[in-house]
Ligand binder design. Structure first.
Ligand code: AMP
Length: 411
């Protein structure tokens, strides 16, 4: 777990703002679910997933309840839907931290943040298209050019079950040719064997049955409509028949966004899909759902790699340097801040030299200097710190107009 310090923290906030602007403009409202849920909410995600079996921060609270820090957001959103029964389609978005007891490495942390959306109550393939298109627009707005979108369909629940069985037969037939790790995965979740990146497993995976051969007509038509919608929007994608996702609840459409310039351990920037049975599993009425979650850390790593959406230096309009004891600085900063300017100041009545050093380091556009002469004359020295312009002495009463540029219109 890490501290996110300035200026990176400001970049996180901008990231969340860009995201919220896009999805709010598409009719999504923010849901702020609790960080902690009853453990049962997450065990519904499936006991064949590492997230549930190995990575959960679960414990017994003082009231003897089994609770867990959320490892992801979708289950909490569905629990919330089942509890409040809002009108559908329910379009929500969220941003916040999740917790997984994973082995920390670059782009993989035990506390990590995601932004995401979920749409509950509509199984129209056009909803899948909208969801994917909003993530695509978000990447575009960040400036990312090399994101790859891969899509697949896991079919209806029956298709998925028949496919999993066929995979089991296929991988069992491979015997010891399959790596020990994959043989272990096979006993729990044959789908996840498709994720194996081990050299020896590759050929066996390449020959594995394909999910598309197990699709009912209905599932095939739904997926075709999703692909058609993406094409109509000019969103480039590849159908990847071996794509499966980490959590058990997905069926029909699934998708993943990969960062083109990152290595494969961190290149999954985000993903999502349909989970039409999850609300029901959490005690609600049968309700289709589709959504995505995008990891902030990996998306920002991709931004670093592509040289886009950089951290921005703190933007201060002015830094007050008061060498008359500091009382004037109290008033000046308060007045300027009330006028909407971003202003910081020196404290502890330090020397002119020490305060000017702070002013320079602050990144402010200008130092506002008050010495004994200025205090007596009712003036301020405005010394530009970044533009290279000459300093000027102006009446204190003109200061706000001077700093906001409104005086220039009068000339
Ligand atoms: P998932 O919920 O596993 O599908 O993850 C969705 C996205 O969240 C991934 O593509 C990553 O960007 C991000 N993510 C998942 N786990 C972690 C983690 N431990 N640390 C950082 N980001 C993560």
């Amino acid at each position: 777990m890490r501290d996110i310090l300035p200026p990176e923290s400001a970049r996180w906030r901008r990231f969340n703002t860009v995201f919220a602007d896009i999805v709010e403009a598409a009719g999504y409202g923010q849901l702020i679910p609790p960080l902690l849920e009853d453990l049962g909410v997450f065990t519904r995600l499936g006991d064949a997933t590492d997230v549930v079996t190995k990575e959960m921060y679960d414990f017994v609270d003082k009231g003897d309840r089994r609770v867990a820090l959320r490892p992801e957001m979708t289950a909490g959103v569905c629990r919330s839907f089942a509890q409040h029964r809002p009108t559908t389609p329910w379009k929500t978005y969220y941003t916040g931290s999740n917790f997984r007891y994973e082995k920390p490495q670059r782009g993989r942390y035990r506390q990590f943040d995601q932004v995401g959306i979920e749409v509950l109550g509509a199984d129209d393939p056009h909803v899948d298209v909208e969801v994917i298109a909003l993530a695509w627009e978000f990447y575009r707005r960040l400036g990312l050019q090399h994101v790859r979108l891969i899509v697949n369909s896991l079919g209806e629940p029956g298709d998925r079950a028949r496919y999993v069985e066929a995979l089991r037969v296929h991988f069992e037939a491979a015997g010891d040719a399959l790596s020990a790790q994959s043989r272990e995965t096979l006993t729990r979740n044959p789908l996840r064997v498709l994720d194996s990146k081990r050299e020896g497993d590759r050929a066996i995976i390449a020959d594995a049955p394909r999910i598309a051969d197990f699709h009912t007509d209905e599932a095939a038509a739904h997926f075709a409509a999703v692909c058609e919608g993406l094409r109509s929007l000019g969103i480039p994608f590849e159908v990847e028949p071996k794509l499966v996702r980490g959590l058990d609840y997905y069926l029909r459409t699934i998708f993943e966004f990969q960062g083109g310039t990152l290595d494969s351990a961190q290149n999954a920037l985000g993903g999502g899909g349909r989970y039409d049975g999850l609300v029901e599993a959490l005690g609600g009425p049968p309700t289709p759902g589709v959504g995505f979650a995008l990891g902030i850390d990996r998306t920002l790593l991709a931004c670093d790699d592509e040289g886009v959406f950089p951290p921005e230096p703190r933007a201060l309009d002015a830094f007050v340097v008061d060498v008359t004891g500091g009382c004037e600085a109290i008033l000046l900063t308060a007045e300027l801040r009330a006028a909407g300017l971003a202003v910081d100041r020196g404290f502890e009545n330090r020397s002119m030299k020490a305060q000017m050093k702070l002013a320079n380091r602050s990144g402010a556009d200008a130092a506002l200097i008050v010495g004994d002469d200025e205090l007596t004359a009712g003036t301020i020295v405005v010394k530009p710190l970044r533009s290279g312009e000459e300093q000027v002495t102006i009446p204190r009463s003109d200061l706000i107009a001077h700093l906001t540029g409104t005086d220039r219109d009068d000339r």
